[in-house]
Ligand binder design. Structure first.
Ligand SMILES: [Zn+2]
Ligand SMILES: [Zn+2]
Length: 242
């Protein structure tokens, strides 16, 4: 099973879990033509698409998913905001489990400035995977994870530096702590989990101005002793469970 990163930032998010026979798309913030290309134009293997929330960097192309016959899971607020409906448009309830092919998916509450969920994803080939983005915190822990995909959007240090240099609006000092995950929170959430089975940690949605990619990676590596990646577009990882 492979994880492909098509985009992981405020300019567009999309990830694909793909074993060649089954593919699960996470987020629809990248033009659908690029998603099709990444799937080698084989849409038949797509078992579904998961959406975290209504912001355009995650859901702009949600209609393309549904129109292409892809069962798409999103909060009711997302369907209302995007004015998309139909038998493929599934309004999810956080805490309820869903099956897409051999993927078992559990949406859980995230903490953003609009309604948002993270997803706990299980598949016999990759084990248990946690996906959480655009969330300033995580109040749940999940046992026996094999892969952790978690937002690490900014650090307080880099945010203040960027504001002082004029790269970032001062208003972000108020907004970000209630909408996106700070480095220390990311560290706390990761360390609350049992990491003994974890193979990969992938940091998502790094801010262009308020983050320091190399530093974030090395801090989380030092904390966990695991291999850590930043989700750059084009990153492909083998996520087959050992
Ligand atoms: Zn976002
Ligand atoms: Zn957002």
């Amino acid at each position: 099973m492979e994880l492909k990163v098509l985009g992981s930032s405020s300019s567009g998010n999309c990830y694909i879990l793909d074993n060649g026979k089954e593919a699960l798309i996470i987020e629809a913030g990248i033009p659908f033509s690029k998603v099709k290309q990444a799937l080698n134009y084989n849409l038949r293997k797509v078992v579904g698409c998961l959406i975290s929330h209504a912001h355009n960097d995650h859901a702009k192309y949600i209609r393309n998913m549904v129109d292409s016959g892809i069962t798409t899971l999103a909060l009711p607020e997302v369907w209302t905001a995007k004015q998309v409906a139909g038998s493929r448009a599934i309004a999810i309830q956080p805490g309820k489990g869903y099956k897409l092919g051999r993927f078992k998916v559990l949406p859980f509450p995230a903490f953003h400035d609009v309604p948002c969920v993270g997803y706990h994803i299980m598949h016999p080939e990759c084990g248990r995977l946690l996906f959480l983005t655009d969330s300033c915190d995580c109040l749940q822990t999940f046992p026996n994870l094999s892969h952790l995909l978690i937002e690490c959007n900014y650090s307080n240090y880099k945010l203040l530096e960027a504001v002082n240099k004029g790269y970032t609006l001062k208003s972000q000092i108020e907004r970000l702590p209630n909408s996106h995950m700070e480095l220390d929170t990311c560290k706390r959430v990761i360390s609350e989990h049992d990491l003994s089975l974890v193979q990969n940690i992938v940091l998502l949605h790094l801010s262009a101005q308020n983050s320091d990619r190399e530093n974030f990676i090395s801090e989380i590596e030092r904390l966990t002793g695991k291999v850590v990646y930043a989700a750059n577009p084009g990153l492909t990882l083998d996520i087959t469970k050992y």
